[in-house]
Each structure stands twice: as structure tokens, then as C-alpha cells.
Write a protein that binds this ligand. Sequence first.
Ligand code: ATP
Ligand code: MG
Length: 339
Amino acid sequence: MEKVMLTGDRPTGRLHLGHYVGSLKNRVQLQNSGEFDQVFIMIADQQALTDNADNPQKIRDHVAEVAMDYLAVGVDPSKATVFLQSDIPEIAELNMYFQNLVTVSRVQRNPTVKAEIQQKGFGESVPVGFFVYSISQAADILAFRGTHVPAGEDQKPLIEQANEIVATFGRYYDPNLFQPIELVLPPKGMERLVGIDGRGKMSKSLNNGIYLADDEDIIQKKVMKMYTDPNHINVADPGQVEGNVVFTYLDIFCPDKELVASLKAQYQAGGLGDVKLKRLLNDVLQEELRPIRQRRLEFAKDPAQVMKMLEEGGRRARQTAAVTLSQAKTSMGINYFNR
Ligand code: ATP
Ligand code: MG
């Protein structure tokens, strides 16, 4: 069986540390592992439009930005096919057939979709396209017969629903065309990186992120206003480590685990100030993000070249999706002219 990795991002903004630890790092590692027959990375511009229909410019503006973020973290176009969702009409056609395999109540029950409808304040006025994006996302993956999706924890319910589509398609038409999809989660603690405000996951829409393109000054400012323990007022006071964003980030990014453990003990006992900790975290994050930013600046010099990569990727991706669509129609018995 072919091993095919597929993953993507919505071009609703530049990519941040949450994307980096929750998905990008993993996908670059998988891309370089040599374990996969094919690697696809999709910029989901159509999905982004489902809740930004009134602002296509925002989506358009972020396509090249996201592509540059990819290149900066090590996505390699000689190993991965990077493309735009809107460039592959076969996905939309497959989505149409998949919509017949899913009920309204199933879509409504999807916890990720439910939470997002609430978070965006849509209520009953949710756009139909957004409401059914869980189905189109299954088409995104299955158009390439994807078997592995490296992503954060929020994607679990979406992969579950996609696997139900695989099963129903198998029962109705052909059990061999699509294989079950495996969600490849990042290492523990990184499935859902908290935002700098400590309130929810780091997210483009919540404005609580540190971006891969942020410069040194901005990173430092963001670290300095990071949420810690609100009751830790004087340096001498004992402080709380749980829910303290600075420690969450040190746990993830600081390579010196012994140092972090001893700082935690000091903080809990009292006598360690937030500013000192934040300075350390700032150093750690600057170290991690500097090479990424520098690579990004190189690619940013030539945006036309970046768009060319997407155009070329689209050409290749479309060939694969066309074969899948043809096979899907054959198994449904509606490929009348064998195209
Ligand atoms: P939006 O607010 O537009 O939904 P987002 O910040 O949630 O944007 P997406 O493009 O929806 O980002 O997510 C892309 C990928 O990044 C997904 O695989 C998702 O699981 C992962 N991801 C996003 N935010 C985080 C986070 N804070 N921690 C870990 N993974 C994340
Ligand atoms: Mg999201």
C-alpha cells in the first residue's frame, strides 16, 4: 500500500509557533524520513473563503506568506508537492459525491466544527460552505488517497469523520479505493500550544500568537507580556507553574531540561522573578526562530519564485487528483466515457 502524506493550512494569516510545534515540525520530519511515497502540502484557500467570503483579499494576501513560512521551516519542493486548493477542481467534484454520504446531523455533531461555529459567533447564520467544510476536508485528503495527516489535536474529529466517509464509500461503491487515514499527532504537550494570553490555543483568529516572521523586537515584547501566575506579585512570593505560559513554553522549547526543573522548584518556593524567567525564554525562542526568520527573508526577496513553486505543485497535484476522481466515478458506475 502506498504511504501518502497530506496536510495543509488555511491562508487566513501567517503561521505561528502553534503551527510550528503542532504540525510543521512533524511534517518536515516526515517529508525527510523517506518513509512516504508521496508528500502533499495544500494551502486551503477555498476552505479559508468559507468563513471569509466578504474578504477574499485577506486570503489572497496570505497565500504567498504561508508558502514562505513553509519554505522557511524546511518544506522542500523537491520532496513535497505544495499547491493551492483552488487550483484543483477535482477536489470540489469529489467533495460533491462525498456530501451524499454524510448527514446534516453528523456534520452538526462534529465537535471541532461546533466549537468553531460558536467561537466565530455564527449561530444559525453559519455559511453553508463553512458548515460542510468537514466533508470538503475529507475530499482534500482523499483526492490524493492520503493515508497520513500530521496535524494538531483539533483535527481529530475531522479525521474521524473522514474515515466514516472512507467506510461508507467502501460499502456503497469500492472498498479498495480509499484507505483509512491516520492522524499523526505531534509529541505530547504540543498537540495544542496555548496562546501567549494563556486563554486558549494559539490561533490566527485570536491574535495571541508569536509568528514565524516576527522580528526580534516583537518576539521580545510578546514574551514580556506573556501570561504567568497573576498571584505571583513579589519576587519572594511562591509562584504557580501549572497554567503558567512561560513554563509551558520553556518545557517545549528549552533544550536544558534540568535547568527548567530547577527553575520550577525555585519559582514554587519563591524567590524567582517573572522578568528573569522571561529573559531566559526570550533567549530560547530567539535562538529557535532566528534561522527560520533568516531563511524566510531570503525567500521573501523573490515572491514570484514562490508563486511559481505553487503553480508547478498544482500541475503535479492535479494529475494525481484527476486519476482518483476518474477511479471514484468508475467505482460509482458513472464514468460513462471512461475519462
Ligand atoms: P484559524 O484561526 O484561521 O482557524 P489556526 O491558527 O487555527 O487558524 P489552521 O490553519 O486552522 O490554524 O491550522 C493549521 C494546522 O495547524 C492544523 O493542523 C492545526 O491542528 C495546527 N494548529 C493550529 N493551531 C495550533 C496550536 N495552537 N497548537 C498546535 N497545533 C495547531
Ligand atoms: Mg483553525
